[in-house]
Design a protein around this ligand. Sequence first.
Ligand code: GDP
Length: 203
Amino acid sequence: MRPDPHPYYHQAKFLTSCAQLLQLPPDQGAEVAFVGRSKAGKSSALNAITGQRQLARVAKLPGRTQLINLFTLDPIRRLADLPGYGYARVSDAMQRHWQNLIEGYLQRRHCLQGLVLVMDIRHALTAQDQQLLGWAAERGLPAHALLTKADKLSFGAAKNTLLQVTKELAGTSVTAQIFSATSYQGVAELHQQMDTWLGRFKR
Ligand code: GDP
């Protein structure tokens, strides 16, 4: 069932798209970034947590899929939608561009407080997912694995996958949860994680 609008996250508004790190807005305030394999369900997850069908659609416009798209939540906090990876037919040059952009963003963006790694629960923790977690770990950036499309599995199978992933991530600071943009399962849990990273209730 569609939950009631969240008074904070539903305020999200498109800010800008950046093809290069130099185009990013000033490195101030706090950002939480979303990344994932193409088609994993990142746009649907962003739409579900902000209650806005239009939000991640911006990122899907032709020519925008390789950009970092930023959304404001309030004057000092933002969401960053990072370009997806794992396209079957991208050139080596495109792949290098993606790697430089994402690695640079993850390692040099000081206002970045946490990374949500979106994975299809049926194909969790690919080699590229692990590489991203590695980049995050290199600078001590907290990460959260979002196992989405959980509605495609039975309750038991989804729980088992979560256990498996948690086991694989043992010894790291990466957390994990089950999610579904279709049933809205896990939306409140993700909001809580983001609240913590964005320091919304810090005094
Ligand atoms: P993105 O490329 O990572 O942004 O992926 P999208 O959000 O566009 O999702 C890719 C496909 O998976 C679309 O057909 C979505 O409708 C579908 N999808 C995304 N999230 C879910 C989910 O939680 N449950 C189900 N059943 N389908 C989903």
